[in-house]
Design a binder for this molecule. Structure first.
Ligand code: UDP
Length: 425
C-alpha cells in the first residue's frame, strides 16, 4: 500500500498514552493522526452506559489515583472530578473482611475489639523478618506473617497471574498497603477520584481541545504505518507485536468479564447483604482469593461513580493467559518476562523515528497517572527535538500567506527552498 495521507506524528493507540501525547503535540502546533484497531477511543479505560443504564468500565475497574499535583492539574483541564475513597472487601471463609489489611481486619480475625498497639505487637510476633524482600511472597510475609498472607494473597495471586507470589516482583503485592489503624482505603495515593462524567467524556474533551489531532478507529497499525506518511511514529501497543514477534511472544495476562445487571426491584432482596438500597454487594469491589470460585473479584462500580440510578451492574473478572486475538491486559512483572522484553527494548532503542510509550509498549505494570506522566515527558522531548522543524513550518505558513499576492514564479522558488527543512530531526 502506498502512503496516501500525511501527518507529523502517527500515533498507534487511542488509550491514555496515545491521546495525552497527541494533545500535547497538538498544543505545540503539530498535526497528529491517532489510530486504534478498536472501534472506540480510551483503550482499556473506555467506559459508557450499559443496557441497564449503569455507567460501567468496559475493561475492568480503573481507579484513578495520583501523588502528582502536576499530572492531576494537567488532566483537570479536561474533566471535573468525583472524589472517591475507594473501599473494597475480601470474601474469605464465607464472609466479608475489611481489606486491605487494617485494624478492622485484625478485629475480624480475632472476633473481638482490639487496638493498634495490640495489632502492631501481633504483627511483630508473626511477621517473618526479611531484609530487602525480593518477591511478592517475601514482601507480604515480612509485613503480616504466613497466616494472613495465605488467607488474602496467595490464592488471589495464583488465580490472577497463574504464578506463585514468589515468582513475581515484590512490587506486585507490595502495592497493596498494610495499616495498623482503621484507614481501610484500598489505595495510598493523596489524590483519589474518578473523572466526573467518565473516562470517555474526558478523552472526548481532550480531543475537542486538540485541533491538530485526527482520530481513526478500526484501523490496524500495519495499515496505518503504510498509509500515513509521517515524521515520527509513536507506538503504544504491544512491543513484541510491533516487531512481528521475532523473538517470540512476550507473556501477558488477559481477562474475561462477565457482567450481570439487576433492576431496583431485584436489588431489594440484596439489601441485607449490601447494606444499601440499590446495591448488590457491600463495597465497590469484593475480592475472592479462594479456589472455590474461578474469578478473582466482583466489581460494582456504581459504588464509586456515585451515579444515581435504580439498577446496578456487577462484573465478575476471570483471569486467563493471553493468546493471539485476546486483549493483553497485564505484562507479567517477573524477572524472566523482563529478560525477554529486553531483547525487544534493545531494538526499540535504536529506532531513530519511533517512540514507545505506555503499559504495553514498555512492558511495565503502570497506573494511569504514570502513563500520563510518561506521555507528557515524551511529548516534551519530541517538541524540543523537532522544534526547529516546527519553526520552519510556521515560518513557511506565514510566508505563504504574505506572498500569495506575489507572482507564482517567486512563490515556487521559496517553497522549494524551505521544503527540505520542514522534516528535520
Ligand atoms: N492481591 C492479592 N489479594 C488481593 C488483592 C490483590 O493477592 O485481595 C495481589 C495480586 O497479586 C494482585 C496485586 O496484589 O495482582 C495487585 O492488586 P491490584 O488490586 O492493585 O491489581 P489490579 O487492580 O491492577 O489488577
Amino acid at each position: 500500500m502506498k502512503p496516501d495521507r500525511s501527518t507529523d506524528f502517527l500515533i498507534i493507540g487511542a488509550g491514555f498514552s496515545g491521546l495525552v501525547i497527541a494533545e500535547r503535540l497538538s498544543a505545540a502546533g503539530w498535526k497528529c493522526a491517532v489510530v486504534d484497531r478498536r472501534k472506540h477511543l480510551g483503550g482499556n479505560a473506555y467506559d459508557g452506559i450499559d443496557q441497564a443504564g449503569v455507567l460501567v468500565h468496559h475493561y475492568g475497574p480503573h481507579y484513578f489515583r495520583s501523588n502528582s499535583p502536576r499530572i492531576v492539574a494537567y488532566l483537570s483541564a479536561f474533566t471535573d472530578w468525583h472524589a472517591v475513597s475507594y473501599t473494597i472487601k475480601s470474601h474469605v471463609r464465607g464472609r466479608y473482611w475489611s481489606f486491605p489489611i487494617n485494624l478492622n481486619t485484625f478485629e475480624e480475625y480475632l472476633g473481638r475489639p482490639a487496638g493498634s498497639e495490640e495489632f502492631r505487637g501481633w504483627l511483630k510476633q508473626n511477621r517473618i523478618p526479611i531484609q530487602n524482600p525480593k518477591n511478592s511472597e517475601q514482601v507480604i510475609v515480612s509485613q503480616i506473617g504466613r497466616e494472613l498472607y495465605e488467607l488474602f494473597y496467595e490464592g488471589y495471586t495464583l488465580k490472577q497471574w497463574q504464578r506463585h507470589p514468589c515468582e513475581l516482583d515484590a512490587s506486585v503485592c507490595g502495592r497493596i498497603p498494610v495499616r495498623t489503624n482503621r484507614d481501610d482505603r484500598y489505595l495510598a495515593e493523596s489524590f483519589q477520584a474518578l473523572p466526573k462524567h467518565g473516562y470517555t467524556a474526558l478523552f472526548e474533551t481532550m480531543l475537542n481541545a486538540s485541533p491538530g489531532v485526527e482520530l481513526h478507529l478500526g484501523v490496524e497499525s500495519t495499515e496505518a504505518r503504510a498509509r500515513w506518511k509521517h515524521k515520527h511514529l509513536i507506538f503504544t501497543g504491544a512491543v513484541d507485536e510491533f516487531y512481528g514477534r521475532r523473538f517470540g511472544d512476550l507473556p501477558y495476562r488477559s481477562l474475561r468479564f462477565e457482567p450481570e445487571s439487576f433492576s431496583a426491584r431485584e436489588l431489594r432482596a440484596r439489601e441485607p447483604i449490601s447494606g444499601k438500597r440499590g446495591f448488590w454487594q457491600p463495597a465497590m469491589q469484593v475480592n475472592y482469593p479462594g479456589p472455590e470460585v474461578p474469578f478473582t473479584r466482583i466489581v460494582e462500580i456504581k459504588h464509586a461513580t456515585g451515579q444515581q440510578v435504580g439498577a446496578t451492574t456487577i462484573v465478575r473478572e476471570f483471569p486467563k493467559d493471553w493468546k493471539l486475538g485476546d486483549e493483553p491486559f497485564y505484562p507479567i512483572p517477573a524477572p524472566e518476562a523482563r529478560t525477554s522484553y529486553l531483547r525487544y527494548s534493545a531494538l526499540a532503542a535504536t529506532e531513530p523515528a519511533a517512540s514507545f510509550i505506555g503499559r504495553l509498549a514498555t512492558y511495565q505494570y503502570l497506573n494511569m497517572d504514570q502513563v500520563t506522566g510518561m506521555a507528557i515527558a515524551e511529548a516534551d522531548k519530541l517538541i524540543s527535538r523537532y522544534r526547529s522543524g516546527l519553526k520552519c513550518i510556521r515560518a513557511y505558513a506565514q510566508w505563504t500567506r504574505r506572498i500569495t499576492s506575489r507572482n507564482s514564479e517567486e512563490n515556487g522558488l521559496h517553497r522549494k527552498a524551505c521544503h527540505g527543512t520542514t522534516l528535520v530531526n
